[in-house]
Design a protein around this ligand. Structure first.
Ligand code: ZN
Length: 352
């Protein structure tokens, strides 16, 4: 039986973590083409913090809003006349992008570049900080038997983004050298593992030795503490002035130009964001003189997530969960994520 009401962590105005409130709201009703999922665990992402703070207007500014794009749960209902590849009761996660499906980019299979009405689950539509979430039925991905709800909730954004940037966009090759900046972010932890699976040699940087030790446990070959040393000098020293083939960058600000200076001739810089700043000064002489490529990468396709499922099932890729809070403590979880003390994903457990 699906109840009429459910528990959810909502907010009704933009602001600090205190705006999140644990309360009762109506269970969403799946429409044609949609599925309803009973949520057991949900993962926090950086864009949750941005949406809550009002850095962009989720759900077109309509309140209350429910965050949460990454989850593990079970399929419990389908809308009328809705096809689904799995039966009711299947354990699932999903792809968080809600593309228009009609623009030229969507028609070419590049849904992550959707040029019209591009939305995220949990940002622009109600997400999974709740006992139930509804979403397009064809976004669901079945969980293999060894993948827990918590693993599922820690997986889509971090691993999807990392796979798309390294494999689809970066065309990473075995034997290449890669610098992964800011090792403790969800995307970087996934990137380190994907680089090793692809046969690359990985340098990674972070602000603290304890984070670098954890990055080594995930497979990083060499680590650099950028608070103690200049990472450009360090990369050049360790590569005998050659530089690396690929840099994975999502910090922005002065990190972008420094990352470019770490590249060897013909190298690729892949940028997936700017957590520090979107404003970057670039020394253009490095780019033309060394024939560098700067490659943008945005989110992931559903296919990116699906190809990793067997790797997650067999343990060749591992999610890293730092801490799990109950849904009631969503505000506390946001404060914890904002403090940047974590290594790995912060999750919410959803009880029923
Ligand atoms: Zn589109």
């Amino acid at each position: 039986m699906i109840p009429e009401k459910m528990k959810a962590a909502i907010f009704e105005k933009y602001g600090d973590p205190d705006v999140l409130r644990y309360t009762d709201i109506s269970v969403p009703k799946p429409q044609r083409g949609e599925a309803l999922v009973k949520v057991h665990a949900v993962g926090l992402n950086g864009y949750d913090l941005m949406a809550r703070a009002g850095r962009y207007k989720p759900n077109k500014g309509k309140f209350p809003h429910v965050l949460g794009g990454d989850f593990g749960g079970e399929l419990v209902a389908l809308g009328p006349e809705t096809d689904c590849d799995f039966p009711i009761g299947t354990r699932v996660t999903s792809w968080w992008i809600l593309p228009c499906r009609r623009c030229e980019q969507c028609m070419a299979g590049h849904h992550n570049r959707c040029a019209r009405d591009y939305r995220y689950l949990g940002a622009h539509e109600h997400g999974a900080y709740a006992q139930y979430v509804k979403l397009p039925a064809d976004h669901l991905i079945q969980l293999p038997s060894n993948v827990s709800y918590e693993t599922a909730a820690a997986f889509p954004n971090a691993f999807g983004t990392a796979w798309h940037m390294l494999i689809d966009r970066g065309r990473l090759q075995a034997g290449e050298t890669v610098l992964v900046n800011s090792a403790s972010s969800g995307v970087s932890m996934a990137a380190i593992q994907i680089c090793k699976l692809a046969g690359a040699y990985v340098y990674t940087s972070s602000s603290a030795d304890w984070k670098l030790q954890k990055a080594k446990e995930l497979g990083a070959d060499e680590t650099i503490n950028y608070n103690e040393t200049d990472f450009v000098d360090e990369i050049m020293k360790r590569t005998n002035k050659r530089g690396v083939d690929v840099v994975v960058e999502h910090v922005g600000g002065d990190f972008l130009d420094k990352s470019i200076r770490c590249l060897t001739r013909g190298g690729r810089l892949i940028t997936v964001g700017g957590t520090k700043s979107y404003d970057c000064n670039i020394a253009v002489n490095y780019i033309f003189h060394k024939e560098l490529q700067i490659i943008g990468s945005n989110s992931a396709t559903k296919h990116d997530l699906e190809v990793m499922m067997p790797l997650l099932d067999s343990g060749k890729l591992k999610t890293v969960v730092d801490r799990v809070f109950p849904l009631q403590e969503a505000a506390e979880a946001h404060r914890y994520l904002e403090s940047a003390k974590q290594f790995g994903k912060v999750l919410l457990r959803v009880d029923h």
